[in-house]
Design a protein around this ligand. Structure first.
Ligand SMILES: NC(=O)c1ccc[n+]([C@@H]2O[C@H](COP(=O)([O-])OP(=O)(O)OC[C@H]3O[C@@H](n4cnc5c(N)ncnc54)[C@H](OP(=O)(O)O)[C@@H]3O)[C@@H](O)[C@H]2O)c1
Length: 306
């Protein structure tokens, strides 16, 4: 594992972080296996877990709280505010002071912590990012020591406004082989000494050879998620495979190496529900760098259109 110490964050962050959501956090997925996967990640040197109050049908934070417990007390945790569940169970946006305060209290309880290391606005609008109510809330939570660093999980113009406001310590951007447009935010973030986390760094791995072998609830879950976000990109699969076939490494290892090779990325936040894949992913920082020519070919891939 590699670590980076840069920007506004005072400690070393593992360049691979654990995405504590998705199928891994779902009640359908065995808690015992989920625990084994997270243990492997932490044993391999991962020191940051990213999650959110509504991830995995509201089950992810509870699961992390139980597994991490006292055993992995030094692990850094990042969670979100701004997405909540309405009374009829639907996801709603709520960036009001009272909504965010109540969301953070619930997260702390579920995570079994007195403080979270990172609190990010979950897919806010420009208005939310610049609102005094939101910014005052975040600074107050820092003052009260309930939160150490604040940030936003966003993209495009919202991310840009957030970065330029100077209020936020970090930004979580979708950055992967098919989503390279956010690179234009990197110089802005550097100017503010902000840290950048790459979410969905594998572009959900739909180009991986086993992706369409739908032989388990896990594969079915991923298939429906693919239909939601990446079905338009299926036509690029053979081009993606060609660009990522650089040597005997798997396509996903090369895709991840591409993201890690950008010096502006503090850490990649990967989701997995596989004991094999977590080991592979944690080893990618130790693998040889891609050549400038290989990077160039990946840079020419089309950008993700949702
Ligand atoms: N709005 C937000 O704040 C937001 C949005 C998106 C994501 N995120 C964060 O980013 C994390 C990851 O995002 P994500 O799940 O969308 O995307 P991802 O990490 O790009 O992809 C996850 C997919 O890749 C597969 N995978 C992982 N390692 C693999 C390997 N070595 N070989 C082959 N397949 C592999 C996983 O399947 P297996 O389970 O089979 O390994 C899963 O299907 C989330 O958990 C969350 O923390 C945040």
């Amino acid at each position: 594992m590699d670590y980076k110490s840069s920007g506004r964050i005072s400690e070393d962050i593992s360049t691979v972080s654990f995405g504590g959501g998705g199928f891994w956090g779902d009640a359908l997925f065995s808690e015992k296996v989920a625990g084994r996967i997270l243990d492997i990640a932490l044993e391999q040197g991962v020191n940051l877990i990213d999650t959110g109050p509504t991830y995995s049908c509201d089950n992810a934070e509870k699961r992390i709280g139980k597994i991490v417990g006292n055993r992995w007390r030094d692990t850094l945790i990042s969670t979100k505010v701004g997405t909540a569940r309405s009374q009829n169970g639907r996801l709603i946006k709520d960036f009001s002071y009272s909504g965010m305060r109540s969301s953070l209290s619930t997260s702390l309880k579920r995570l079994n912590r007195e403080q979270v290391d990172f609190l990010l606005l979950h897919s806010p609008t420009v208005k939310d990012v610049l609102s005094n109510e939101v910014q005052d809330f975040l600074l107050e939570m820092k003052d009260k020591n309930l939160v150490r660093y604040v940030g936003l999980s966003s993209g495009g113009i919202t991310a840009q406004e957030g970065i330029e406001s100077g209020v936020y310590d970090c930004v979580m951007l979708t950055y992967n082989i098919l989503a390279q447009e956010e690179e234009k935010m990197f110089a802005l973030a550097k100017k503010q000494q902000m840290n950048i986390f790459a979410k969905s760094p594998l572009a959900q791995a739909f180009y991986s050879p086993s992706f369409f072998k739908i032989n388990s609830p896990r594969r079915l879950w991923y298939f429906f998620r693919f239909l939601k976000t990446h079905r338009h990109n299926i036509r690029f699969t053979s081009r993606i495979k060609k660009a990522l076939s650089v040597d005997d490494r798997s396509l996903t290892e090369v895709a991840l190496k591409f993201v890690l090779s950008n010096e502006m990325i503090t850490s990649v936040v990967i989701g997995t529900s596989s004991t094999e894949n977590i080991k592979i992913n944690c080893n990618v920082p130790n693998q040889p760098e891609l050549t400038p020519g290989q990077i160039e070919i990946i840079k020419e891939l089309p950008n993700f259109k949702p």
